[in-house]
Design a protein around this ligand. Sequence first.
Ligand code: ITT
Length: 219
Amino acid sequence: MTDGITLVVATKNTGKLIEIESLLKNYPVNLKNLSDFGPIPPVAEDGDTFDDNAYQKSAFTARVLGLPALADDSGLVVPTLGGLPGVHSARYGGDGLTDAQRCELLLQNLKGKADRRAYFSCVISIATPTGAALTYEARCEGLVAEAAVGTNGFGYDPIFYYPPLKKTFAEMTLQEKSRVSHRGNAMQELQHEFAKVLLWLQQQMPVPEKLSCQGGVVC
Ligand code: ITT
């Protein structure tokens, strides 16, 4: 926490929010999230790439709130399924499914396939109200497990097996996952140049006009 620059973490996904807030907690920025503000209109998230969608979310939120905003667009890419769920990860199988049902659907769709390679992709976009933005991206390679294992995390974590640690993401602590995950790695890129990013944000933000006061009258 600081009196310095405010950064709004623009996500409605609690799992993502917990990870991002934990990764930024020791950094000199006044972190806010969407629940610190009144309802804001939904963002059109209709890009074909993680990059497009991350920028749509960060730029829209920054413009609406008049504050710098950080958004994450991410998903699980399974090459043998033609890249699905990919950018559609949050809605794979339809809007009404739970995370557990989406995992089950993916397991069903991979039944009998020998190639279970998969990777998580993450793009972090930090935008200012003027629309200028910075982008960080990373991947994490692994396999789709044969069955869901573990209860931590969110989304596809129970079925994403990470061979170097011989665990699914849902069997890892928050810290373990963040050390190796797509989001953790993208955030590390940002953290490496955090001082420069803060300076950049300060330069991008409009300076409020100073009002002078004469005899108690603001003019
Ligand atoms: P916001 O747009 O509000 O940030 P969202 O969940 O809709 O929330 P995305 O459109 O980026 O976000 O969809 C990402 C989906 O990909 C997410 O809902 C999960 O199903 C999956 N996903 C992304 N990162 C993940 C992770 O670290 N672990 C498990 N699943 C993940």
